[in-house]
Design a protein around this ligand. Structure first.
Ligand SMILES: Cc1cc2nc3c(=O)[nH]c(=O)nc-3n(C[C@H](O)[C@H](O)[C@H](O)COP(=O)(O)OP(=O)(O)OC[C@H]3O[C@@H](n4cnc5c(N)ncnc54)[C@H](O)[C@@H]3O)c2cc1C
Length: 493
């Protein structure tokens, strides 16, 4: 007999789980707080411009292929590889660095600052590759039922990686490279985990392997939201219903099982199984009253940085900028050490710029550019007041204009700003943390909030703050893991 599943949240985690479960014959209903699907993978449309709201590229593209092939479908969107991967503008340098996957080409970029770069990079990436492959199936792509099981699995990871658990990302880079520029650029991936290279363990050097050697970076033809648009008909075909403007506000239990959820409109939704795609840590605290996830405990956890995002429609073509760009200052360590712990508006912020109109002409009117600017900032525990948002945005736009030699401020046709309060309120992101719980050693594997509830046998979780973690391909892996659990524990007979 088919079983009814309610998925709370239509983020990528919720949509992917719904797709997999409905394909197995479960009857799936999604409840989504907002009026569009996708969660952080969303779009904004204004004055003829279409902006990707959050993610602008991804690694491990094969995880999307796995998702669709597991339900016997072709990938319903076209992916395109980034080459170069990205461009880095360091303050005070005449020329930006182009970051290529091809190490010989990359060596040319660094030839004046890092002699013998290619050999050094090959050696560094060999270590990073072996961590990736030694942990992929032992730690990332599997479920854990207990801390003991996790520790046993960890003990099977070759001992040679042990020092990298206790060394920082930066310290590991210092063992391999001399140039500050190379170290800074290689360490940018640490910010994807929501931390800085100075407090992230060097095991995450594996991300340098994923970007530079393994599968590189990809985006989607026509914009990232094509992922969501492509998934909707596949869900519909399998009978999945999505109800929008339906924020779950209460969760009811009866005889040791979750029996229903109640949404903002007071409507009660009954089902046999429930999958929460809202933040797996804060949801447990807010709606299940779990002491381990009280506000005090949540505040003491490590959270990824908050996004401060600016969406600009700009008249004219900006030649001095590429598709994916990082703009960094000249005080990297000091900036990384202090910025995320202070409530003061950063004077010279570091930021990322994605110019979608370089590859997706439809994202902006003809002859115009579509700019997405992402500046990582402290979360709402640290900086509560964002009344300075306009001033912060103006400072970034001014800096960007000077660095690419184009008067952006004078040519703005449209502008949207989202500060950490907006991100928090829109998607229920705890204290506005952009990527959810951070990935320090105390918050991964069995130490991360599990995808299976501790008390209720019919309650599960998927998404950035549960196992295995954040980022588009990782959330897709999470949907596979939770589906495996559900189909094992609540098989359709
Ligand atoms: C600015 C930004 C840039 C990013 N860039 C990248 C990138 O380039 N590449 C990459 O791989 N990753 C990137 N990420 C991370 C990536 O977006 C996330 O890891 C991923 O989208 C998380 O998906 P999810 O399903 O876990 O959560 P979400 O996308 O947050 O989905 C959860 C959904 O649940 C809904 N919801 C919450 N509470 C309730 C409730 N009570 N009732 C009903 N619905 C509810 C929310 O509205 C939301 O739609 C970025 C994130 C941000 C914020």
């Amino acid at each position: 007999m088919s079983k009814r599943v309610i998925v709370v949240g239509a983020g990528l985690g919720g949509l992917s789980t719904a797709l997999r479960l409905s394909d197995l014959g479960y009857k799936v209903q999604i409840l989504e707080k907002n009026d569009t699907p996708g969660g952080r993978l969303n779009i904004l449309e204004k004055d003829g411009y279409t902006f990707d709201m959050g993610p602008s590229f991804f690694s491990m593209s094969y995880e999307f292929k796995e998702l669709f092939s597991s339900v016997n479908e072709d990938v319903p969107f076209q992916i395109q590889e980034l080459d170069p991967l990205y461009t880095v503008y360091l303050s005070g340098k005449e020329k930006p660095y182009q970051i290529y996957k091809n190490l010989a080409k990359l060596a040319e970029e660094f030839k004046s600052v890092e002699p013998n770069f290619e050999a050094k990079a090959i050696k560094y990436l060999k270590g990073a590759a072996s961590i990736f492959h030694d942990t992929e199936y032992r730690i990332i792509k599997r479920n854990f039922n207990s801390i003991l099981q996790y520790l046993i699995s960890m003990s099977k990871v070759p001992k040679k990686h042990l020092p990298k658990m206790f060394r920082t990302f930066w310290a590991e880079l210092e063992r391999h490279f001399e140039s500050e520029d190379v170290k800074i650029i290689f360490s940018l991936v640490a910010f994807f985990l929501g931390a800085t290279p100075f407090n992230t363990p060097s095991v995450y050097g594996l991300l340098n392997y994923t970007e530079l050697q393994h599968d590189g970076y990809w985006n989607v033809k026509g914009g990232m939201y094509e992922i969501v648009k492509g998934m909707l008909p596949l869900l519909e075909k399998r009978g999945v219903k999505i109800t929008y403007n339906s924020e779950v506000k209460q969760i009811n239990n009866l005889n040791g099982r979750i029996s229903s959820v109640i949404d903002q409109n007071g409507k009660e939704w009954l089902a046999d199984l429930f999958v929460i795609n809202s933040d797996a840590a804060s949801f447990r605290g807010k709606y299940l009253d779990r002491k381990k996830y009280s506000e005090k405990k949540l505040d003491a956890m490590e959270w990824t940085l908050s996004p401060f995002t600016i969406y600009l429609g700009v008249k004219g073509k900006i030649d001095g900028i590429s598709h994916h760009n990082y703009f960094l200052g000249d005080n990297f360590k000091q900036y990384a050490d202090t910025i995320f712990r202070t409530s003061v508006t950063p004077e010279k912020p570091y930021y990322y710029v994605n110019v979608a109109s370089k590859s997706n002409l439809n994202s902006a009117p003809q002859g115009c550019e579509n700019l997405f600017i992402l500046c990582p900032v402290p979360d709402l525990r640290v900086k509560k007041d964002w009344s300075d948002s306009e001033a912060l945005a103006a400072g970034i736009i001014d800096d960007l204009g000077k660095r690419v030699g184009y008067d952006i401020a004078a040519n703005i046709e449209t502008k949207i700003i989202m500060n950490p309060i907006d991100w928090q309120d829109k998607f229920n992101l705890y204290r506005g943390s952009g990527l959810g719980l951070a990935h320090g050693l105390k918050q991964i594997g069995a130490f991360r909030p599990s995808n299976k509830d501790e008390i209720f046998g019919n309650l599960y979780y998927v998404g950035a703050s549960t196992h295995p973690g954040t980022g588009l391909p990782i959330v897709v892996i999470g949907s596979k893991l939770v589906t495996e659990r559900i189909s094992n524990e609540h098989a359709i007979i």
